[in-house]
Design a protein around this ligand. Structure first.
Ligand SMILES: [Zn+2]
Length: 488
């Protein structure tokens, strides 16, 4: 039986152990030295855990495992390398010899979060044309790695990146998966497929012209290794064109996400069999028309026949919180979004958002806000399966802040049960992407993607703004609320 000690990383270099003893880390040195040296064991520990070869036990916290049932009190999670070996409780699962014990006492323990609608090529700058012109050649070297590490430290261990140049999308995913750079597991779409494309954004948006071209473009994306196809403006395409995209994607085993800004876009999307709608509409209409509601209910009523549940990523946080950000822009001054960006990039972004209430991008937002509650209620009534996603990266929306804010608005404002929202950020996206055999829950045989946070997230979902522990693939990237720099 291993000696279980908590507060292994305490600054006073002691740890209290379950057998009643107190562990000490001793060394000679003055108090200043001592203050710095307490980081040493931390560093050594993580130099070994970065390789994910260690056996780790997360012990004592309340586990919300992603399946939606009652949380498991006093949980024990045994992790061997990259995988979760066994899950139990302090009473039923003693920690075997050789496991490094990390106390999760007083915390809620959850599967790593999914951000289902991120834009890693963007980091909050307000001027898209300027951004693409100035930064597109730095997406791979600076921008996307910065976005990735910021997401990861916010507790996001998987993300769908919906819209970026093809080569850099595949490259960044490959580098993260190989461990070369830190970030969430990425599921990338590469470029959007749409009807009309302007020159300035043609490197991350591809125009489709005719059914043959539609199939060719999907084939190119699939051959390059994308995980999902992103379709927008399908109502502006011919039925044959739009249908060919979904048909070819499904033949290649890829699902299709599509915008749902206009009723006609939803109608067309349903007609061609898209799997997942994004957003709630760019306009100020108060809700979805009756015929769209009927079509949605028809679709959710034929779930399995139609290829599974109808997923919907409403991305409401930015709209709901916009006027609050204008009233109190303090969150824009957080340095959490600076990580990985050059000083001149940071000041360029700061400059672009210095008047948060005057951006053309958000001119209609105050008029859209009152429609949101009704639309979310309609979608709930229609029986869609919500996914948590935010459009992270768009103006004033930083990767370190977006995901928890969406969960907060869905629970606190839209009155979705906290457990449902947690599942919309863990279990369901893994099912949607067909990787629920590996991800989305904390259970035996899954990848060790786990977060923990002090307090009761089912009562106070916004605790997720300060995740204390982040583990991905068995590697600790954050503990005691601090980044593990040796792993980053
Ligand atoms: Zn988006």
């Amino acid at each position: 039986m291993a000696r279980r000690c908590s507060a292994v990383y305490s600054p006073d270099l002691t740890c209290s152990c379950e057998d009643g003893s107190v562990g000490h880390l001793t060394f000679a040195g003055n108090p200043t030295m001592k203050h710095k040296l307490w980081l040493l064991p931390l560093l050594l520990l993580f130099l070994t855990t970065v390789r994910a070869q260690d056996k780790t036990a997360l012990v004592g916290g309340r586990l919300i495992d992603g399946f939606g049932h009652r949380p498991i009190a006093n949980s024990v999670i045994l992790i061997n390398g990259e995988e979760i070996e066994q899950v139990g409780t302090v009473a039923t699962l003693p920690v075997p010899e050789g496991y490094q014990v990390i106390s999760t006492e007083g915390m809620d323990v959850l599967p790593g979060l999914w951000e289902s609608h991120a834009h890693l090529q963007l980091t909050g700058h307000a001027d898209y044309i300027h951004w693409q012109k100035q930064y597109a050649d730095r997406f791979g070297s600076e921008i996307m790695p910065a976005s990735a590490v910021q997401l990861l430290l916010a507790g996001v261990t998987s993300a769908r990146d919906l819209g970026a140049p093809l080569d850099v999308s595949i490259d960044i995913k490959t580098r993260i998966n190989s461990g070369a750079i830190p970030g969430p597991r990425l599921f990338v779409s590469g470029p959007f497929l749409q009807h009309d494309v302007e020159d300035w954004h043609s490197h991350y948006r591809w125009a489709v012209s005719g059914p043959r071209d539609a199939r060719d473009k999907v084939t190119r994306l699939a051959d390059a290794g994308v995980d999902i196809i992103k379709l927008i403006d399908q109502d502006k395409m011919s039925l044959d064109e739009a249908g060919a995209i979904v048909d070819e994607a499904h033949k290649r085993g890829l699902k299709v996400v599509a915008h749902a800004h206009r009723p006609a876009e939803i109608r067309r999307g349903l007609a061609i069999g898209v799997d997942n709608f994004e957003h709630t509409g760019l306009t100020t209409a108060p809700g979805y028309p009756d015929d769209v509601m009927e079509l949605l209910i028809e679709r959710t009523a034929t779930g399995r026949v139609a290829g599974g549940p109808l997923y919907w990523t409403p991305t409401v946080e930015g709209l709901w919180n916009y006027d609050r950000t204008v009233d109190n822009p303090e969150k824009l001054d957080s340095t959490c979004w600076h990580r990985g960006l050059r000083p001149e990039t940071i000041s360029d972004i700061q400059q672009s958002i210095r008047n948060p209430g005057q951006l053309g991008y958000t001119a209609l937002t105050p008029l859209r806000k009152p429609t949101l509650k009704n639309k979310i209620a309609q979608l709930r009534k229609a029986g869609v399966v919500f996914l948590v996603g935010t459009d992270s990266g768009i103006p004033m929306k930083f990767h370190c802040q977006s995901t928890w804010n969406e969960m907060d608005v869905l629970v606190r404002v839209m009155e979705l049960p906290a457990m449902d929202v947690i599942r919309a950020a863990t279990y369901w996206p893994a099912v949607m992407m067909g990787v629920d055999d590996q991800l989305g829950t904390v259970s035996a045989g899954k990848k060790a993607d786990i977060i923990a946070v002090h307090g009761d997230v089912l009562s106070y979902i916004n605790l997720l703004q300060r995740v204390d522990l982040v583990m991905k693939n068995g590697v600790l990237y954050k503990i005691d609320g601090r980044p593990v720099e040796a792993a980053l």
